[in-house]
Design a protein around this ligand. Structure first.
Ligand SMILES: Cc1cc2nc3c(=O)[nH]c(=O)nc-3n(C[C@H](O)[C@H](O)[C@H](O)COP(=O)(O)O)c2cc1C
Length: 423
């Protein structure tokens, strides 16, 4: 019986363990988690979402307070068009996060960064160019383009000296999205180095409609894209993602022609994951009914999360002067309109609730939006219950190796906690 370790992800002459730990913003896939995946011979992801906040928290910089100070005059205004990112500071923060991680990298694996196009940051093209270029400057091994079609993203960095040497990949949820991307980028003479195909069971935002996401399944989309690549003679590694919970699930995809798998949910239960420990316990406790796909993200994409997320219904005053990552090119965000509507409907009220949208920047900054994969309700089966009723956190190495070596749909429990066990 085969296990994941019987396969290798090949980039030219380079061989990796075919396990990719997916990007989880904001700082849920931490530098520590990404470095573990790389140390173990696979690929780990940073996320550059709200990178200034991440840099402040991790490296004691003060990017966020600096931005807020500069735009404080605008806090009461609902017109956020003036609230622009300082591109030099954005580059600095990205360089900080990526550069320090790359300096700490050990082992034979790689560290990539996940860049979401939907972080439009009040100047989509300019900010994305800076994010991508700064990550390349700081030595990132690869960039995964996500949350958007990214039709112009390669062109933004086509002049960068590392454009052809860094690994560049894209996340798609349909053949159509992939075809569009390939068509748009044909003139650059550079194919993506890998394609991540994300199905509807993934965590974070989904690349499907709210009405019909449940009608799709990863196996069908992967098969369709594999056939297309074969027919077009395109030798690009394909990496399925979304709902791959065991080593055997992964082997299924590797046997039908996938080059690796991307996984995330099981790593949310690890010590290396950036979620506060009390929230990891919420993930463990969740049952299937506690998980919902809703439209509260101002991006317009459906998002999966625990129903008990404090972000749902919170009436936070928009914090665009400090954050502002979801402002579109005219300085609008769907949350601002929803918030203003509720304020107008409840004059004089001190606390308001906004049900249809959330201030996602604030919520992600505070770990109040408990986004998760569909299989989160199975996390409790991957560990032990401790005498105090809590669940034992796992080591990223344990989870990685379980994916790598397990067979028969088995999931290895972690070593017992305490002096005897490493965990
Ligand atoms: C908590 C969490 C946060 C995520 N955040 C992002 C993100 O910021 N950007 C992104 O492209 N994908 C994000 N994802 C998707 C993962 O990178 C990955 O593709 C997917 O969740 C894999 O499926 P699995 O969780 O069932 O293993 C997130 C997933 C989780 C569980």
């Amino acid at each position: 019986m085969k296990c994941v370790d019987d396969f290798r992800l090949r980039f030219g002459k380079r061989e990796l363990v075919p396990i990719v730990v997916g990007g989880m913003g904001v700082d849920i896939s931490t530098s520590t988690l990404a470095l573990e995946a790389a140390r173990l011979g696979g690929i780990g992801h940073l996320s550059d979402a709200m990178v200034k906040t991440v840099s402040d928290r991790r490296y004691e910089t003060n990017f966020v307070s600096g931005k807020l100070k500069r735009y404080k005059f605008n806090v009461a205004s609902s017109d956020k068009s003036a609230v622009l990112f300082d591109l030099n500071r954005l580059a600095e923060a990205t360089h900080n996060h990526v550069g320090r991680t790359m300096e700490a990298k050990r082992g034979t694996g790689m560290v990539f960064v996940n860049c979401m196009e939907k972080l439009t940051m009040n100047a989509p093209r300019e900010t994305l160019r800076v994010r991508l270029s700064a990550a390349l400057d700081a030595g990132i091994d690869g960039i995964t383009l996500s949350a958007g079609l990214h039709l112009g993203s390669f062109a933004l960095i086509a002049d960068h000296p590392r454009f052809r040497d860094a690994k560049l990949g894209i996340i798609v949820s349909s053949l159509r999205a992939l075809q569009l991307f390939l068509r748009k980028n044909a003139r650059l003479g550079r194919l993506p180095d890998y394609i991540i195909v994300e199905g509807p069971l993934a965590g974070g935002h989904l690349g499907f409609g709210i009405e019909d996401w449940a009608k799709y399944d990863l196996r069908t989309i992967v098969t369709e894209i594999l056939q297309y690549l074969h027919a077009e003679n395109l030798d690009i590694p394909l990496i399925p993602a979304g709902g791959i919970f065991t080593g055997s699930d992964a082997v299924f995809y590797l046997e039908i022609g996938a080059a690796a798998v991307q996984v995330a949910t099981r790593f949310t239960a690890t010590r290396e994951c950036g979620l506060p420990d009390r929230i990891k316990q919420e993930y463990f406790k969740a049952s299937e009914e506690d998980i919902v796909v809703n439209m509260i993200s101002p991006t317009g994409y459906p998002m999966r999360m625990l129903k008990s997320s404090p972000a749902i219904g919170a009436g936070t005053r928009p914090n665009c002067e400090a954050y502002g990552y979801l402002l579109d090119s005219s300085g609008n965000c769907a949350y601002i309109a929803a918030y203003n509507r509720e304020v107008a409907a409840h004059p004089g009220s001190k606390k308001i609730s906004v049900m249809d949208k959330t201030c996602l920047c604030t919520a992600m900054r505070n770990f109040d939006c408990w986004t998760c994969g569909h299989n989160t309700y199975r996390l409790k089966d991957t560990t032990r219950r401790l005498p105090d009723g809590t669940y034992q956190l796992l080591g990223a190495e344990h989870v990685f190796r379980d994916y790598q070596f397990s067979t028969d749909q088995k999931i290895a429990l972690p070593p017992l906690p305490g002096p005897a066990g490493k965990e």
